[in-house]
Design a protein. Structure first.
Length: 139
């Protein structure tokens, strides 16, 4: 069994962003040489997410609106966590909703997706360098 590890690094200047990382995961899969197995992709920060969905701008806008209704950034004083000097309690909650990681089957050296599925990195507290892990295992 082969094992392969790669990190993706992000410098998101704004507070939030959704970035399609499917091409980077596909490149890592090719580099790994694994033809049958699994790939795990996870955010290595507690205010970021990795998720699978459609790469459609309207959907991303809807996510922004929906997440802000569920966990609004303002007022920052409304969160006990922010009493520590942080202003990112909402980002922790948004990450919890969107998820930490995804696992995708590898079949014939390709990501075994359903229609329209893509892998995204979701940032909810940008402005500093963060990373996601790609871990591939298989034959």
């Amino acid at each position: 069994m082969k094992s392969f590890r790669k990190e993706l690094w992000f410098d998101i200047p704004g507070r939030r962003a959704f970035i399609n990382i499917t091409p980077e995961v596909e490149a890592a899969l090719k580099e790994s040489g694994v033809r049958e197995g699994l790939v795990l992709v996870n955010a290595m920060h507690i205010t970021a997410s990795v998720f699978i969905n459609d790469d459609e701008s309207g959907l991303h806008h809807d996510y922004e609106q929906w997440l802000e209704k569920l966990a609004p950034h303002e007022p920052v004083s409304g969160y006990r966590h922010n009493r520590t000097g942080e202003d990112n309690a909402d980002a922790h909650m948004k990450r919890q909703i969107m998820g930490r990681e995804v696992v995708v089957a590898i079949t014939g050296g390709k990501l075994d997706f359903g229609p329209w599925e893509q892998i995204f990195y979701g940032e909810f507290d940008g402005g500093r360098r963060k990373r996601a892990l790609i871990k591939i295992i298989g034959e």
